[in-house]
Ligand binder design. Sequence first.
Ligand SMILES: NC(=O)c1ccc[n+]([C@@H]2O[C@H](COP(=O)([O-])OP(=O)(O)OC[C@H]3O[C@@H](n4cnc5c(N)ncnc54)[C@H](OP(=O)(O)O)[C@@H]3O)[C@@H](O)[C@H]2O)c1
Length: 336
Amino acid sequence: MANKAAYLSAPGSKLEVKDAPLGKPGPGVVLIRNHAVAVNPLDILQQDYGVLIDEWPHITGTDMSGIVEEVGEGVTRLKKGDRVAACAARIITKDPAMTAFQNYALAPATLAAKIPDETSFITASMFPLALATASAGLFQSTYIGLPVPGAADTPDLAAKAKVILIWSGASSVGSCAVQLAAACGLTVLATASVKNKGRVEELGADIVFDHSKADVVKDIIAAAEGKMVVGAFDAYSSAASLTHCADVLHHFGGGYINAVTPRFVEAATIPEDRPSPDELATWNNVWLDFLEKGLANGKLKAGTTPLVVGTGLEKCQEALNRYRQGVSAEKVVVEL
Ligand SMILES: NC(=O)c1ccc[n+]([C@@H]2O[C@H](COP(=O)([O-])OP(=O)(O)OC[C@H]3O[C@@H](n4cnc5c(N)ncnc54)[C@H](OP(=O)(O)O)[C@@H]3O)[C@@H](O)[C@H]2O)c1
């Protein structure tokens, strides 16, 4: 089996497809034959600035879906031939083979979920990093710390008395956060542009506010009066959106805002001891249960529309260029 990958040679370089080593899955790791990969903002930061890259040349990409080719020691939940969505996770594991834009990639089995037969590889590739980011912010005790819902659970009606604010509910991360928070049974107040309001409501938001409206904070506060506000998840995280979230929480006596971006994160800010036990517990709950069952029973849907730029690793550069033009409730995908 030969492997090829899309490499960056330095900050600012174009992706170049070259032969690549074939990863050998160690304990707890799986080797996946990729069939689709998706673009994240991190891929752009890596290409433009080398963010979180400690070794050149570097294969970029985090989101992938495909078929398990080989499992490492101790992996019992997955087997050769399983269809999966997986997060390549190099930024956490520091393993250079755990990157997505290649034909064969490694992933921790704890970040690889089986997908139902009805879910296409394109759809499956749209979840991994966005779902990981949303679930970390919502469920890890160091962040908002909600209890993880089971994908088959009926939410407790009492939870409706609690409110969460999700800023930018039509983004990749925000659309996952809306669905996870709705599965917790919370009253979900979200923001989006007017054209994406119906889409975010379909994902489970109770009220969707136009984030461009001048008095959006006043409207959100009015909707949350009388309920307990458990926190805000800012899936956009600009100075303006963070200020809006802070203004809402301040009105209710304070609270925790989960921000998703350091837009220029330094490699040194990724701690050495990841995954933490808290992080691993969230991965276990979300990847081993929610993703697979939620896709099967409809509790988890692609919140964004796939923009498939073509087939083959050579299309990855075009995919990054397409993402740079801007997306609105869309995810850029390449089929392999
Ligand atoms: N993708 C990931 O897995 C990931 C992981 C970690 C961190 N992050 C960070 O999370 C942020 C979002 O990433 P993403 O991939 O979810 O983004 P994305 O899908 O590319 O975000 C696009 C969305 O941003 C919304 N938006 C545009 N301008 C806005 C504004 N002024 N206020 C609020 N929302 C606005 C748009 O919503 P409307 O069209 O409705 O206006 C659009 O749908 C980025 O800063 C990224 O670095 C992302």
